[in-house]
Design a protein around this ligand. Structure first.
Ligand SMILES: [Zn+2]
Length: 297
């Protein structure tokens, strides 16, 4: 069997007992779902974007779409991947997939998972997430965030061994239930990054923090900016130096020691004069109210 034909259905359960589980998974201690990377994850690694769409029932449910957008925006901020709603309403998963939708939110809930608020076919392409709107929730974000956690490969964290399930209200993960947590928590982000945060991919937030820079290159001003606020603009000559208040300190330079020792230095724009190599000190500039370096760079 092709591994991608494997379609697993996971539900976010709101009731304690579920009597007709067709597939009981002991998920109490697993971090990741089987069958990874799914087609949706493979696609995300290619284009760095999650696309989603809804059917008419979900579209007309009060605040469902705006909450869904909040959920995707939050995940985007934590993972670095983009998101985009495919506008319009789609009544079949096939139509959603044809339109480029990676996750079809189906508010026309079918009853295969009687104890669930939401359930997801995470390994399918496109993903289908069913939502039981008849529960009448004012806020579906914990459901939305949980199911998108599955879409990123995370396993359940509530207790579901032995054929019964129970929320444990963990606050450190969106993959439990009963806590109201709807955003990816650091534990969740770290797990996803462990899976997919490889160099060159699109999970920018998973990349290690860049080392501190001093100087740091500013592409707008085209200057190297030092921690003391001074900056250097390289040019075809010997570059220009600026004070922390953007006063140009040093411009052209001359290294003509052999020809004329007096010209072995740089031109100071404030003083309007040449300063020889080896000179040092500082002086107060009345116009800008700052001390300027007289150390020839
Ligand atoms: Zn779940």
């Amino acid at each position: 069997m092709n591994r991608w034909t494997l379609v697993l259905v996971l539900g976010l359960f709101v009731s304690i007992a579920l009597e007709s589980l067709t597939r009981v998974v002991n998920a109490d201690h697993l971090d990741f779902l089987p069958g990874l990377p799914t087609p949706a994850i493979q696609n995300l690694l290619q284009d760095g974007e999650r696309t989603f769409c809804v059917n008419a029932a979900a579209n007309s449910y009060p605040n469902f779409v705006s909450q869904l957008q909040q959920t995707y925006d939050s995940q985007q901020a934590k993972l670095g991947n983009g998101n985009r709603q495919i506008l319009g309403t789609f009544e079949t998963v096939q139509a959603a997939g044809t339109a480029g939708c990676e996750n079809w939110w189906n508010g026309r809930y079918d009853a295969f998972c009687s104890g669930c608020a939401c359930s997801i076919h995470y390994a399918a392409w496109p993903i289908q997430t069913n939502v039981k709107l008849s529960l009448g929730y004012v806020d579906f974000r914990s459901c939305q965030g949980h199911e998108e956690g599955h879409a990123h490969g995370l396993h359940e964290q509530y207790k579901d061994s032995g054929g019964s399930i129970a929320c444990t209200q963990r606050l450190d993960t969106v993959m439990d239930c009963g806590s109201g947590v709807w955003e990816l928590q650091p534990r969740d982000v770290n797990l996803i990054c462990d899976l997919y945060g490889v160099a060159g991919d699109h999970f920018h937030a998973c990349a290690p923090t860049p080392p501190p820079c001093d100087p740091c290159w500013n592409p707008v001003t085209e200057r190297w900016v030092f921690s003391d606020g001074r900056s250097f603009h390289p040019n075809s000559g010997c570059g220009e130096w600026f004070s922390a208040k953007n006063t140009k300190e040093w411009s052209v330079c001359a290294y003509n020691w052999d020809a004329d020792p007096d010209l072995d230095g740089r031109f100071n724009e404030v003083m309007g004069d040449w300063v020889a190599v080896g000179a040092s000190g500082s002086f107060y500039h009345d116009e800008t109210g700052e001390w300027l370096s007289l150390v020839v760079p």
